[in-house]
Design a protein around this ligand. Structure first.
Ligand SMILES: NC(=O)c1ccc[n+]([C@@H]2O[C@H](COP(=O)([O-])OP(=O)(O)OC[C@H]3O[C@@H](n4cnc5c(N)ncnc54)[C@H](O)[C@@H]3O)[C@@H](O)[C@H]2O)c1
Length: 496
């Protein structure tokens, strides 16, 4: 079984690791001329045939690492031969790729527009074939990810790896089925101190290997409090947890946020492994390192950024999730799909169920957004789509009336009204409604919700910036919204 590096021109495949068997180099040997001259003399079709036979031979050669030319995946025979190998997609932005490839002798890097179009065309091909998704990074990145990449060989079939990278650090994210108990690099150094809640613990705590001690908190948003955090800190101290050990946060977003916050602050910071078990947590909250607790005055008001040392997303755990929680998670799926646009939006809007592919693509979307802006200075605010009004609804209803996802569902409808996207709002309303989510606000009046939006953490001066949607995939943050427009959008939720 080989690690097969795939990706666009300029992704750095041939220099990613010391022992790479580079199929372009092999091909040039065989052609007895450069790829550029062969291409020019015989055309692309003939070139692809020669390339295919070289790549197929390389994949059978027993080499531990094979780098494929950028177009290598175009061949169905090659795609079939990849079965059984670990396909690693080295991602590269179109701008970086062009900077690296332009001016050389690569035949397909002569014209900028054609190059960018080819990049856009090939991305879904790499995405579909990949077992591991590595972001653009420094030269040592693949080497650092190597233990996690190698671990995919022994992991349950079809386990995927996303390498998350942002200013605060980098870590492996494993997404698959039946992986909660697997031994995976990054997810098990030292003794494990499990933090879970009363519903999840009895179901899954026994699957976590080597747990030294289990701390069980009460379930539900109303327990995401400083008092609960103090209980966890003190129990960790009594049980003798130290640096070198790690916390495992096993549960939904409440456990993840609270246990992550305890790990960020206990002895000024210990490692945490996130093992998310709800849709909300698997598509969103487990990644990106935001941790914290609520105050009675406002949500998520006390917290810290603390990146996990690994995330193990076992989609099988969703089987025991109550239907109302599954539905609540669907609101975050819709939000993420609106931000991502493209194939994820098409699949979700087409009614796809939340399976491992949807979970993986949502996770990849969130991780990519956080990579560009860990600390919420800009792009990360996109993830707040639907959350300004959503959080305000949670606060105005005392965190009891609505689940987080249900409040986000209502918040999405308000955001789409403010975006002046009537048709898309109706489409989203139908999707939310058929998932069993509320599309009408009860239990709080519009004025209370509007007042609670003023407590939003993104507020700057008197203004609360909004995230608005032009179309799926075209989402803007920092948008101004007139007070009467906000009032009308929230009133519409009450009156609908
Ligand atoms: N940190 C972030 O970036 C981020 C992002 C989004 C949401 N959040 C936070 O996430 C929280 C909401 O998370 P949530 O929706 O997962 O709620 P939750 O953690 O309260 O879980 C919902 C319910 O499902 C139960 N449960 C969890 N997994 C289960 C399973 N596999 N089988 C059976 N029952 C299970 C829980 O015990 C709980 O009763 C909010 O506090 C929100 O602020 C954080």
């Amino acid at each position: 079984m080989a690690l097969v590096l795939v990706g666009f021109m300029g992704a750095g495949k041939s220099s990613a690791l010391a022992d790479v068997l580079d199929t372009d180099t092999l091909l040039e040997h065989q052609l007895e001329t450069s790829i550029a001259s062969y291409f020019q003399a015989f055309g692309e079709q003939k070139f692809r045939r020669r390339e295919e036979s070289v790549v197929l031979r390389a994949l059978r050669s027993g080499a531990p690492v094979v780098a494929l030319g950028g177009g290598g995946l175009g061949s169905p025979a090659v795609r079939e031969a990849l079965e059984g190998h670990t396909v690693v997609w080295l991602q590269v932005s179109p701008e970086t790729a062009w900077k690296r490839a332009a001016g050389g002798d690569r035949p397909l890097a002569a014209d900028r527009d054609a190059f960018l179009a080819l990049h856009a065309q090939r991305e879904p091909v790499y995405a579909a074939a990949a077992d591991a998704y590595l972001p653009e990074g420094d030269r040592g990145l693949v080497e650092r990810a190597l233990p996690a990449l190698r671990a995919l060989e022994g992991a349950p079939a079809r386990t995927k790896l996303v390498w998350a990278r942002s200013a605060g650090g980098e870590y492996p994210v494993y997404v698959g089925r039946g992986i909660a108990g697997s031994v995976l690099p990054g997810a098990g150094d030292g003794r494990a101190f499990l933090v879970t809640d009363e519903h999840v613990g009895p179901l899954y705590a026994s699957r976590i290997r080597g747990a030294q001690h289990t701390i069980t908190i009460s379930a539900g948003e109303e327990h995401k409090t400083l008092a609960a955090a103090e209980g966890v800190w003190r129990e960790l101290a009594r049980e003798g947890m130290g640096h070198g050990d790690h916390v495992v946060a096993l549960g939904g977003g409440v456990v993840g946020d609270l246990a992550g916050f305890c790990a960020a602050t206990y002895q000024r910071g210990v490692a945490v492994v996130q093992v998310p078990t709800t849709v909300v947590a698997q598509v969103d909250s487990a990644y990106g390192g935001k941790t914290g607790v609520d105050l009675p005055e406002a949500k998520n008001y006390v917290g810290a950024y603390h990146q996990p040392s690994a995330v193990v997303t076992d989609v099988d755990t969703l089987a025991t999730l109550p239907p109302a929680e599954l539905a609540a998670g669907y609101a975050e799926v819709l939000k993420t799909a609106l931000i991502a646009g493209g194939t994820l939006w098409e699949r979700v809007a087409g009614g796809a169920e939340v399976d491992e592919r949807v979970v993986l693509d949502c996770a990849r979307t969130k991780i990519a957004v956080v990579a560009a802006d860990e600390r919420d200075g800009g792009r990360r605010q996109l993830l707040n789509l639907g959350h300004t009004v959503g959080h305000a609804i949670e606060t105005a209803t005392g965190y009891r009336r609505y689940r987080h996802g249900e409040a986000v569902a209502l918040g999405l409808l308000a955001a789409l009204r403010l975006s002046d996207a009537a048709e898309l709002r109706e489409q989203v309303r139908e999707l939310l409604s058929s998932a069993g989510l509320p599309t009408r606000l009860e239990g709080a009046d519009a004025a209370a919700v509007v007042a609670a939006t003023r407590m939003d953490k993104k507020r700057r001066g008197a203004e609360v910036p909004f995230v608005l949607v032009r179309s799926p995939g075209d989402v803007r943050h920092g948008e101004r919204v007139a007070p009467d427009a906000l009032e009308a959008a929230v009133t519409e939720l009450v009156d609908s």
